[in-house]
Design a protein around this ligand. Structure first.
Ligand code: ADP
Ligand code: MG
Length: 236
């Protein structure tokens, strides 16, 4: 297998030009199709910054200042806004730490889960809804046929986190990023949600996953590569 994701000497800076502080120091790693790679580090070490760079995104006040972030043929670090809009959600998807923050509270869940499939034109509304219900079943969500009619506040935190995974998987992306996807949940729910993510990941073999985790929270199914990333912080 050849590397599908290739991050090479990624550098991200924060702050105004001239007084910028480097928050990601020349990080390199690769990920093959079907592989799960864990990115582990303490809080504030740069995990989310690295994960977001795979979407070609830097948070306000930050910028990708060096290196390349290839997903397949595309260098996410060098694409313009229109090119990024075309690949985000379709080719690379992101499951955030807080599902509550990722969902719009005033729209029904199904509308939000299928939105990227309709926006990218990869399937019809009927196909997207059928696919969403299928994912709800695979993610062990209750009442898979009707849960999409509810609003985000009408489901539990663990269910909303699974629904965010369904939202990320709807277009069958080539790369899915789980950024501490269970940190906001209690410990027993974390185990159930991680198992559901693992089961659904195994049913779709063609994509790779980057799992972001705090120290000590990584499961046994992740590849561990001591040379994959450099220690972050204070330029060490
Ligand atoms: N917009 C920003 N401006 C300045 N510094 C930032 C900004 N966003 C994040 N940082 C800094 O970058 C570092 C890495 O943040 P982050 O990637 O969120 O870490 P992690 O996900 O590992 O907790 C932190 O020290 C944080 O303070
Ligand atoms: Mg983070």
């Amino acid at each position: 297998m050849t590397a599908h994701v290739n991050v090479e000497k990624l550098r991200v800076e924060a702050g105004p030009q001239g007084q910028a502080k480097t928050i990601v120091h020349d990080v390199s790693f690769t990920l093959k199709r079907g592989e799960v790679l864990a990115l582990i580090g303490e809080s504030g070490s740069g995990k989310t910054t690295i994960a977001l760079s795979l979407l070609g995104y830097a948070r306000p006040g930050c910028r990708i200042s060096g290196g390349a972030v290839h997903v397949g043929e595309d260098n996410m670090a060098a694409m313009n806004a229109a090119q990024l809009a075309d690949v985000r959600g379709r080719k690379v998807a992101y499951v955030a730490q807080s599902a509550a923050a990722a969902f719009n509270p005033s729209r029904r869940i199904m509308e939000q889960v299928i939105e990227s499939a309709l926006m990218h034109g990869v399937m019809s509304r009927g196909q997207a809804e059928a696919k969403a219900i299928d994912l709800f079943k695979q993610l062990s969500l209750p009442s898979p046929q009707t849960i999409g009619r509810r609003y985000p506040h009408e489901v539990s935190g663990g269910q909303l986190q699974r629904l965010m995974a369904a939202m990320a998987l709807i277009c069958e992306p080539e790369l899915i990023i789980f950024d501490e996807p269970t940190t906001a949940l209690d410990v027993t729910t974390q185990v159930d949600v991680l198992k559901a993510f693992k089961d659904v990941s195994e049913s779709v073999q063609h994509y790779g996953s980057l799992c972001v985790s705090r120290l000590g929270r990584c499961g046994p199914d992740c590849r561990s590569d001591p040379g994959a990333a450099k220690r972050q912080g204070d330029g060490k």
